[in-house]
Design a protein around this ligand. Structure first.
Ligand SMILES: [Zn+2]
Length: 461
């Protein structure tokens, strides 16, 4: 037994000692070197680089995919005709509904050689979408994220904690999970309910990370539960938020509670763009990763004007996407007046939701979609949770062929109750059609009680 313990201890130490860039592989190291170098590019160099990568991708799609060959032919256009951003604007956009229907035709003929990694985005903001990203694209994504971490003052192997979704854990009900290689402690946001909160609080307080990563709604819930429980605040130098809109009341709370500097990352699950908030407070587009356009009507938006955010991931040759409509709105803001880097800045206006429900004890994060998937419920193509009163929620589903109401409705109700710690009576509502926006998105959680302003939140406590 003692030998086994010693062995385990030695393996743990080995993991701790392996440098992160080494474990990520050669492709990551070369891309990480590149993205540090490209920070010093001039505007012209950066434009030339991204335009070359974009042209290469356009050519590739035309010569290797059935979908884009047909699209170009129907437009009577050839890749060589696209010489300027205005030419590129004339190509139609794509979105998650189009990808869902045409995935096979969008795959290139040498698909296997692109080293594809499968991703399934969950049904939280629309129908589940199956996609592939190449290993090279993934290495670049990691390089961009680490360049951003470094800019925030966080470096390899420093202690980090992440408030993750149940999906991120080997077993969904686990409180914590340790990633020794990254020196990252995963905390399960499923347990941010008043009953289990102290397990998560204790783990974070013991950890004292340099950086806390998470969805702003989860981090916000953490702060509120902590205040409600009357336990003292945990000082953490850096809070890193991603995946949802970061609201002013989040910022205020994170500054007060953790004494932290806050940095935000804006991307999407389809990995078509990466936008990072730097020390200046502005959101910088990372053009090495995705070519971003803002479109108002049928033209590119002016600086300061609201437009749809359309992006083209430059390195994903597994399922190349040209002009992907993210479903979000934003404004191009041009050059940063503070930073000496060529990356343009932007403002994000919305589209990204949050997933908080209000209970008599405080707040819970809603993970019903992943919870149902984990428990084998496959009867709905999409799910929406609506809260109009304190102790009651409506679970709206758009059923598919697997759904038999007499058999499944009660099961669904029980799962929803269990997932939300028994806080709510659950009504099930069946929809005839999904109420999507044009880009195929829909809000996953609508809580009329959660509101958006800090005043509404405090009045609930
Ligand atoms: Zn800046």
């Amino acid at each position: 037994m003692k030998t086994l313990d010693r062995l385990k201890k030695s393996i743990r130490w080995r993991y701790r000692l392996i440098p992160v860039p080494f474990s990520y592989g050669r492709e990551f190291r070369s891309k990480f070197r590149f993205v540090r170098r490209s920070l010093a590019f001039t505007d012209e160099q950066l434009y030339e680089y991204t335009w070359n990568r974009l042209t290469a991708l356009i050519n590739f799609t035309y010569h290797n995919t059935v979908y884009y060959r047909q699209l170009f032919d129907e437009l009577d256009c050839r890749p060589e005709d696209i010489k300027t951003p205005a030419d590129y604007l004339r190509l139609p956009t794509t979105n998650r509904l189009i990808v869902r229907e045409n995935l096979e035709r969008m795959k290139p003929r040498n698909f296997g050689n692109t080293r594809p990694i499968k991703t399934v985005t969950s049904g939280t903001t629309g129908l589940p979408l199956k996609l592939y990203r190449s290993q090279s694209h993934e290495a670049l994504r990691k390089a961009i994220v680490w360049r951003h971490y470094n800019a925030c003052g966080y470096f390899f192997k420093e202690p980090r904690a992440t408030l993750g979704r149940p999906l991120d854990f080997p077993q969904k009900h686990q409180y914590t999970h340790e990633d020794l290689l990254e020196n990252n402690l995963w905390l399960n946001s499923y347990h941010l309910n008043p009953h289990d909160f102290m397990h998560i609080y204790g783990a974070l307080a013991d950890r004292r990370p340099k950086m806390l990563v998470g969805h702003p709604s989860a981090i916000y819930t953490f702060c509120l539960q902590s205040e409600r429980a009357g336990v003292k605040a945990i000082p953490i130098p850096i809070v890193y938020s991603y995946s949802e809109k970061l609201y002013p009341h989040h910022l205020k709370k994170f500054q007060e509670y953790f004494g932290a500097r806050i940095f935000d990352y804006y991307g999407n699950r389809e990995n078509t763009l990466a936008v990072t908030q730097l020390n200046c407070g502005n959101y910088h587009i990372n053009p090495e990763f995705g070519y971003v356009e803002f479109v108002t009507g049928s033209r590119h938006s002016n600086v300061g004007e609201t437009g749809s955010i359309i992006s083209t991931p430059l390195e994903n040759y597994s399922v190349p996407l040209l002009r992907y409509d993210t479903g979000d709105l934003g404004k191009p803001l041009g050059k940063c007046p503070i930073c000496q880097i060529p990356h343009p800045t932007m403002e994000i206006l919305g589209g990204r939701g949050k997933d908080i429900l209000v209970t008599r004890d405080g707040f819970v994060n809603c993970h019903l979609d992943t919870f149902l998937a984990r428990n084998g419920f496959v009867g709905a193509d999409y799910i929406q949770v609506v809260q109009r009163e304190m102790d009651r929620i409506i679970v709206r589903i758009f059923p598919n062929l697997n759904y038999v109401r007499e058999r499944d409705e009660e099961h669904l109700r029980r799962l929803a109750k269990d997932c939300l710690s028994g806080y709510f009576e659950v009504d099930i509502e069946q929809l005839d059609k999904p109420p999507f926006t044009e880009a195929g998105k829909m809000p996953y959680v609508i809580s009329e009680l959660a509101g958006y302003g800090p005043n509404q939140h405090t009045s609930q406590l």
